[in-house]
Design a protein around this ligand. Structure first.
Ligand SMILES: NC(=O)c1ccc[n+]([C@@H]2O[C@H](COP(=O)([O-])OP(=O)(O)OC[C@H]3O[C@@H](n4cnc5c(N)ncnc54)[C@H](OP(=O)(O)O)[C@@H]3O)[C@@H](O)[C@H]2O)c1
Length: 206
């Protein structure tokens, strides 16, 4: 399967590129800048392209841009993405005196992305910190995934299962994205409070 990482030049995209390459996926790392894509991709041993070219050739598009640019990027690339399934990993955070807060938006980023593209949107991987994902060993934590399209969700769950030594967990419809995105603020607060690199493990699953 060919996976395009849109905005894959950041910390999360790089870590994901390495884990996916290791798992045998065909990875194309995208950037707004073709030169930056080529140099980061060469470092990681994957292919590089502009975001639009990466999206056009993919079986799955993962939107790994800075969260604040995710919805606009999906809108700009909607023709290139076409009906290809898209995975949103984005979570917007607000930094306040009392701590890190989830976004005040009424709908999730994933649902706003779904309004921009024709293919099915899946949301997930929010609780996997780039530093854990890119560590030498796969992280010992679960990967939480939600979405409305059964086939697209199955493909993302299969991919997510290859990233960690924990489980890939189906968290229900795309409406759950609001909770998964919000969980990021919880984890960042925990990391600050305990000087940790926390991840999530669900209990009670067989
Ligand atoms: N970092 C984590 O631990 C972590 C964990 C889970 C999920 N996530 C999610 O993963 C995504 C990427 O996180 P990150 O920390 O890797 O982000 P980042 O380093 O801030 O940004 C990633 C890439 O986004 C592109 N970009 C920046 N501003 C943009 C804009 N306005 N429009 C379009 N593209 C833009 C840049 O690539 P080019 O300049 O090369 O185009 C940049 O290298 C975010 O949505 C975040 O919520 C992150």
């Amino acid at each position: 399967m060919r996976v395009a990482l849109i905005g894959g030049t950041g910390g999360f995209g790089r870590a994901l590129a390495l884990r996916l390459r290791e798992a045998g996926y065909d990875v194309v790392l995208g950037s707004r800048d073709a030169g930056r894509a080529a140099s980061v991709a060469a470092e990681l041993g994957v292919e590089g392209a502009t975001n639009a070219d990466a999206a056009r050739a993919a079986d799955l598009v993962v939107l790994t841009t800075k969260a604040e640019g995710a919805v606009e990027t999906a809108r700009e690339l909607s023709d290139a993405i076409g009906t290809t399934p898209l995975l949103s990993v984005a979570a917007e955070l607000r930094f306040a005196e009392e701590g890190v807060l989830p976004t005040g938006e009424a709908t999730s980023i994933a649902q706003r992305i779904q309004d921009e593209v024709a293919g099915p949107v899946i949301a997930g991987l929010h609780s996997l910190a780039a530093s854990n994902l890119g560590a030498e060993e796969p992280p010992d934590e679960d990967a939480l995934v939600c979405g409305d399209d059964a086939d697209a969700k199955a493909a993302v769950l299969e991919l997510a299962a290859r990233l960690t030594t924990g489980r890939a967990v189906d968290c229900g419809p795309l409406a759950s994205a609001r909770a998964l995105e919000g969980l990021t603020a919880v984890i960042v607060n925990v990391n600050k409070r305990y000087r940790a690199h926390a991840g999530v493990r669900l209990t009670g699953l067989r």
